[in-house]
Design a protein around this ligand. Structure first.
Ligand code: GAR
Length: 209
């Protein structure tokens, strides 16, 4: 099974969805660590009670580089091969992102590329959109801009507030993230995917003729 560290900052409902899905028969990944930048993050309590290793370190009074390094060390010490950001509300430093490129996923509450950043539901309602939604994507240096691995659109209902919409989007998030993460880590051992990677690598090499 692929080993995954989950980073959270808050309630951790997506972390819980990932965790319970990992306990289904045949799951492709297991969660080896839940790490947070806030010792009070609800997700930590859930993980600890469920017997999952946890790590907490406040970012306050620390440089981004030092905080990231400590989070990364915790993930590596736990044997993580992948990192799943699940409501982790900090931007990671470029070196961190580069080292985990292709192995770090994020869940974002909008139909990317629409509404990167914060207040996604309020902005979708304000714009009169028919749908909000959720995306799971690979993390790259540009915020919320990496390859999109999966999305679910969620209809905006008359009278929706950012909170009521967020609550319905959350249900979609809990379906999407475990599925996408499971499929993504399974690709690693799929020979067809290996071939794809080799082709991409060959195309990226300088042409010598
Ligand atoms: C989720 O809605 C997630 O999509 C969002 O934070 C929430 C965390 O909830 N992530 C972002 O906004 C990332 N920029 P949770 O702690 O209950 O999983």
């Amino acid at each position: 099974k692929a080993k995954v560290a989950v980073f959270v900052s808050g309630t951790g409902t997506n972390m819980a969805a990932l965790l319970y899905a990992s306990r289904l028969p045949g799951a492709a990944y297991e969660i080896v660590l839940v790490a947070a930048n806030d010792a009070d993050a609800g997700g930590l309590q859930i993980a600890a009670t469920e017997g999952v290793a946890t790590f907490a370190l406040s970012h306050k009074g620390m440089s981004r580089a030092d905080h990231d390094a400590a989070m990364e060390k915790a993930a590596l010490d736990a044997g993580a091969q992948y990192i799943a950001l699940a409501g982790y509300m900090r931007i990671l430093s470029p070196g961190f992102v580069q080292r985990w490129e292709g192995r770090m996923l994020n869940i974002h509450p909008s139909l990317l590329p629409q509404y990167t950043g914060l207040d996604t539901h309020a902005r979708a309602i304000e714009a009169g959109d028919a749908h909000g939604g959720v995306s799971v994507h690979l993390v790259t240096e540009e915020l919320d801009a990496g390859e999109i691995l999966g999305q679910i659109a969620v209809a905006i209902m008359p009278g929706d507030t950012p909170d009521t919409l967020a609550a319905r989007v959350r249900l979609a998030e809990h379906q999407l993230y475990p599925r996408v993460l499971g499929d993504y880590v399974s690709r690693g051992s799929d020979p067809r995917h290996l071939l794809e990677r080799l082709r991409a690598l060959a195309l990226a090499l300088p042409q010598t003729h």
